[in-house]
Design a protein around this ligand. Structure first.
Ligand code: NAI
Ligand code: MG
Length: 356
């Protein structure tokens, strides 16, 4: 019997997005059958290809079209011939901002069967989550350029930190820490060099810490923090950062956990007023697109995060176990992890493990 039907907006996008999102959908269909729920897929062709044909990445009322869905499942956008700022500002950023997906969440976990580029690290050593503020901070449109092309040329860009914006990302990080074994939050700062916004960030971190006395905390300046990610990944549990610092850490984190081909991410609207959006960390990989060799695990792990967010925790755990099973053997791992499987074979391995 089917207990529930979720409506999911699927946006495969460009390049390998069109290969790994169908793989993830197959996995979701399999686990849905097992766990007794159903998914109604609304698929959108929003992409650089569409941009080339129509001059827009998505239709003018695109956000209205997906607003009512339970979640958004996105591959990647970007393709040679279309400038990256067009694909980013024409699709990803409007979705994240207008759907108020203010928490960008990237789990960093060294899975069994994956080799970290860090020497001597095993699965127990790397298990943390980067929480990035996703809608304000350093990535603002406030600023400008004057006297272009002259000696007096000048460029200026303002960082925007609001109490509401900072407090809610801190709250998200501390609440997340409560659900994890260690219950520890690290803040990324730079209050020695950036003397207005970062001391404010530190104050709000301290205030959040007082509201959550059971959670241990630490804070580091961003420069030494990046070094600690490499030298002491075992120090971290939940790491919270501003839009810029979080962006840097959320690429570095997955890199120390092995491969961009497995890293998942979520753009969360914690209040559930709008749908949250789930996407693998990787891009459209034009260098391997169309060859059927992309690693589907990032999209599949992303699917697990989406199901967990929708309240299907058991289905999510099933998928994570099936992923670890598929990564255990060279026969079912893709080439980026030193394996011999193509996208379809790697996906089959996950589906088989779920059905077993
Ligand atoms: P990329 O992540 O697409 O590729 C980087 C390298 O990793 C490539 O060598 C690629 O073959 C490899 N790779 C990535 N995913 C893989 C997978 N699943 N399996 C095996 N190998 C994989 O990043 P790149 O090359 O910087 O960007 C390509 C395009 O993607 C650009 O247009 C960029 O703007 C866009 N992009 C879009 C993102 C998004 O939609 N969120 C995120 C990152 C990039
Ligand atoms: Mg990035």
């Amino acid at each position: 019997t089917i207990s529930k039907t979720y409506t999911i907006a699927s946006i495969p996008g460009d390049g390998i997005g069109r290969e790994v999102i169908p793989a993830g959908q197959r996995v979701i269909e399999t686990v849905a059958q097992k766990r007794g729920f159903a998914v109604k897929w609304d698929t959108y062709d929003w992409s650089c290809e569409r941009y080339a044909q129509t001059g827009r990445m998505m239709p003018e009322d695109g956000i209205e079209q997906v607003k009512g869905s339970d979640a958004i499942y996105l591959g990647a956008v970007g393709y040679p011939g279309v400038p990256d700022h067009v694909s980013l500002w024409g699709l990803l950023i409007p979705l994240r901002r207008e759907l108020d997906q203010y928490a960008n969440v990237r789990p960093v976990r060294l899975l069994k069967g994956v080799q970290s580029p860090l020497a001597g690290r095993s699965a127990e050593d790397i298990d943390f989550v980067v929480v990035r503020e996703n809608v304000e901070g350093e990535y603002s449109e406030i600023g400008g350029r004057i006297y272009e092309g002259t000696e007096r040329e000048m460029a200026m860009q303002e960082a925007v930190f609001t109490r509401k914006g900072v407090d809610r990302i801190m709250e998200y990080a501390f609440e997340l820490a409560k659900t994890r074994k260690r219950g520890h939050v690290t803040s990324a700062t730079k209050s020695n060099g950036i003397v207005h916004t970062m001391p404010f960030w530190d104050e709000r971190f301290a205030a959040a810490s007082e509201r959550h006395p059971g959670i241990e905390t630490a804070q580091f300046h961003i420069d030494i923090l990046t070094a600690h990610f490499v030298l002491h990944p075992d120090w971290f549990d939940v790491v919270v950062g501003s839009n810029l610092f979080g962006d840097i850490l959320s690429d570095l984190g997955p890199a120390v956990a092995g491969s961009i081909g497995i890293a998942p991410s979520a753009n969360i609207n914690p209040e559930g007023v709008y749908p949250s959006m789930f996407e693998p960390v990787h891009g459209s990989a034009p260098d391997i697109a169309g060859k059927g060799i992309a690693n589907p695990v990032a999209a599949i792990w992303t699917a697990a995060m989406m199901l967990e967010h929708l309240g299907e925790a058991e289905a999510a755990a099933d998928i994570e176990r099936a992923i670890e099973h598929s990564l255990a053997s060279e026969e079912t791992r893709t080439a980026d992890l030193g394996g011999r499987a193509n996208t379809e074979e790697a996906t089959n391995a996950v589906v088989d493990a779920l059905s077993a």
